[in-house]
Design a protein. Structure first.
Length: 318
């Protein structure tokens, strides 16, 4: 069956398709089988693999593995991915990914702790566990492709209306591709050229044509990219927050979404994760994708991100 037709269309089809750990593993393996095989052994210059089946003592059913034909390295569907050595089973992970793809509002740890654990059969012993689960899923959401073509770049300042501390203001860089209806959002430490160029080189290809306002601080962009200051804003050389319409529209949607999930997200610890989640939702919603397609895309991105760290894998207690 073609992979583009294999994703679930609604909750009923999801429950019928992924009712067991074995079904989830087989689906994840078919997804990963189509990705490039990279053997960790440095001596394998041209790694090739074969598929092997064997029953493991823990699962009790036959699992498929990718085996390097040169050195014999075995790779399961979850090796070196977000799911590696997690105490949460794939069935539970799939439910969490489906929820993250299905809902439109913020996906936070409180939702898992209070609502998800009661209605969907996943019980968490402490608040720390759902927080780490949400952090892992947001890191998978952040694995997006670079923008290309004519893009617009601007700086916005997010202010937490419920905070009176000095750190309630956060600087966010926004890069928008109006033609493809895609965007990238990232928190920046300051308005320096190094901070802006670090974000741009990560989010945009070298062939991009970047449109900005006429602020003099954006002149550093011309050293790497083709820089085009927008005509209506060229006289605003001292205002870094003069926004072209594409940036202003993206800023309005970001503030509206942050208002729905809670302005507590506007701090140095939580904001990068919330921006990664909003970037994923903004891009997929603008494409008009369904919940099932977002679910598949999120799984693919989780397979491409190596999160084999204790905070997101080994010590996740179910």
């Amino acid at each position: 069956m073609a992979l583009k037709r294999s994703y679930p269309k609604d909750q009923k089809e999801f429950n019928a398709k992924f009712f067991s750990e074995e079904r989830c593993y087989d689906f994840l393996f078919d997804l990963r089988r189509r990705t490039q095989f990279r053997c960790p052994n440095a001596n394998c210059s041209l790694p090739k693999f074969r598929v092997m089946e064997r029953a493991t003592q823990k699962s009790g059913w036959a699992k498929r593995f990718r085996v390097c034909t040169t050195c014999g390295f075995q790779e399961s569907a979850s090796t070196r991915t977000l799911f590696h050595r997690s105490r949460l089973g794939l069935k539970e992970w799939f439910k969490l990914f489906w929820l993250a793809s299905y809902i439109q509002d913020g996906f936070d740890a409180r939702l898992l702790q209070l609502d998800f654990s009661k209605k969907r059969g996943i019980m968490f012993g402490s608040f720390r566990t759902p927080f780490r689960v949400v952090t892992a899923i947001r890191r998978a959401m952040a694995a997006t492709a670079q923008l290309n073509g004519h893009v617009h770049f601007g700086l916005v300042q997010l202010v937490n209306p419920h905070s009176h501390s000095r750190t309630r203001k956060k600087l966010v860089g926004i890069l928008v591709d109006p033609a493809r209806h895609m965007a990238e959002f990232s928190m920046l430490p300051d308005k320096s050229s190094d901070s802006m160029m670090r974000f741009l080189t990560h989010a945009a290809t070298p062939k991009c044509v970047i449109h900005t306002s006429g602020w003099l601080g954006f002149e550093c962009i011309g050293k790497v990219y083709r820089h085009v200051p927008e005509t209506p804003y060229t006289n605003l050389a001292d205002d870094p927050f003069a926004l072209p319409p594409a940036i202003a529209s993206a800023e309005a949607k970001l503030k509206e979404w942050l208002g729905s999930v809670g302005w507590h997200a506007v701090n140095a610890r939580n904001l990068p994760g919330y921006l990664a989640e909003f970037t994923f939702r903004f891009n997929e919603t603008r494409r008009g994708s369904t919940a099932g397609w977002r679910f598949i895309r999120l799984l693919r991105q989780a397979l491409s991100v190596n999160l084999g760290t204790p905070s997101t894998g080994t010590d996740l207690d179910g």
